[in-house]
Design a protein around this ligand. Structure first.
Ligand code: ZN
Length: 429
């Protein structure tokens, strides 16, 4: 059987930002026979074919249309898995260079999402993302990834803050600015990007550049029972969903299989490519029009569709078990987590939970359940946000993990295979 862990590590290590993640997904899909569509051009789509489309180079939707059957002309509905491509990190400002005292050059950054600030201190960092250049009257995006340890955010010595271990409040503008060199390196930022992108500095007209943790993913534990690495939330689910889609190759099913990877979950999803945008709705509308599906049948298809929103979940913490619900609490390596929320920040309900449990039974993988302690607000995710645009039966799931939104997170080594098997069973239902 395939070593999913090594393959997951390659995917995460090679995806320092959402742009590289979406690029990798696109390349994997293309290798597997999926054809890329552009939102700017008319779509010619047909039964028995596979496609994918990107938006903003940071979100992607893939879909495969079953072969036409003689008895039934049309698909019954959509089987969709959604996950997110972004993770909390720091974004470089448009003019990032700052000098301090007579020696240091720093890069001016601001927060992207809600990260554990202290986890970014005292470790090698670098930058990646995209630049936009003008080529023959067209704006062209180029991905950049400086694969060197170019930055560090040093802690203050304990001698300068004796209360350090009683908890520190970090100010992002003061405490979290990465140091990248000496004053003599000034002007080096654009040069670095231009060299990496293979363009002239003056040609760079736009940039979305983020700081990333240079640590690579590793196995940890006496029996190597855990995995540690950056961006497990949510690249672990993105990877699992992609593998599952590619494994469920048959086009003889009754449903159109879809994988939807959205950017900007960590900042509220409210962008043109986020889960709160019309991206999924627009793609569904174009599939509908491409396959000449009438309004009445399309509404029946939506009612018969199912969406799995896959975003990691909190496992019981070894040092703080009291933070978990007394009973509805998942553990690492014990299977897929089905998430519930009284106020519906998770979209799971009795029906969708039942379907998900049935999928897990069918795939012979374990599942567990999660609810917040009743006095903890908890986070939100993709499921209920997507429902505003496209309303279908939805379950919120995830893989159990620790230290969510740390620069280095921990998860169970067994759980990724459980996710792949369950999602494969879903796509083949
Ligand atoms: Zn997440």
């Amino acid at each position: 059987m395939k070593d999913y862990i090594e393959s997951l590590f390659q995917f995460i290590d090679g995806s320092p930002t959402c742009y590289q993640a979406v690029d990798r997904i696109g390349k994997r899909l293309a290798q597997a026979g999926y054809r890329e569509l552009s939102e700017k051009e008319p779509w010619q789509i047909a039964a028995g074919e596979r496609y994918y489309v990107k938006r903003n180079d940071s979100s992607l939707i893939a879909f495969s249309i079953p072969k036409q059957k003689e008895t039934e002309a049309l698909s019954k509905g959509f089987h969709i898995v959604a996950a997110h491509s972004d993770s909390p990190c720091f974004k470089l400002k448009e003019k990032p260079e700052l000098t301090v005292e007579k020696q240091y050059l720093k890069w001016n950054v601001e927060k992207y999402g809600g990260m554990i600030l202290s986890s970014w201190l005292d470790r090698p960092l670098s930058v990646a993302g995209r630049v936009v250049v003008k080529e023959q009257e067209k704006m062209v995006t180029k991905l950049v990834n400086i694969e060197r340890d170019v930055a560090v955010i040093p802690n203050l010595a304990i001698h300068m803050n004796r209360d350090m271990n009683k908890g520190v409040e970090y100010n992002p503008q003061i405490d979290m600015q990465p140091c990248v060199g000496s004053i003599g390196d000034q002007g080096g930022y654009l040069k670095l990007l231009a060299e990496e992108a293979g363009v002239e500095e003056r040609d760079i007209l736009g940039q979305d550049i983020f700081l990333y943790n240079r640590d690579r993913c590793k196995r940890v534990g006496i029996e190597e029972e855990w995995i540690c690495g950056p961006r497990l939330d949510d690249l672990e689910c993105v990877y699992g969903a992609l593998e599952a889609l590619l494994l469920s190759e048959s086009l003889s099913g009754d449903y159109i299989n879809m994988l939807a990877v959205f950017d900007n979950e960590e900042v509220g999803s409210g962008t043109k490519q986020g889960a709160d945008s019309t991206f999924l709705k627009d793609v569904l509308a174009r599939i509908r029009s491409g396959l000449h599906i009438g309004e009445e049948h399309y509404q029946c298809m939506l009612a018969d569709s199912f969406l799995i929103s896959a975003d990691n979940a909190h496992a019981v913490h070894p040092n703080h078990p009291e933070k978990a619900d007394p009973e509805n609490k998942p553990y690492l390596n014990e299977g897929i987590v089905i998430k519930f929320h009284g106020s519906q920040r998770y979209a799971t309900d009795a029906y969708s939970a039942a379907v998900m449990k049935d999928i897990c039974h069918q795939a012979q993988v374990p599942y567990q359940v999660y609810a917040n302690r009743s006095d903890i607000i908890g986070g939100s995710t993709l499921g209920n946000i997507l429902m505003a645009q496209v309303s279908v039966n939805t379950v919120d799931i995830g893989l159990p993990q620790l230290a969510m939104h740390s620069a280095c997170e921990t998860a169970g080594a067994k759980d990724i295979e459980y996710l792949i098997r369950a999602l494969q069973a879903f796509y083949q239902r």
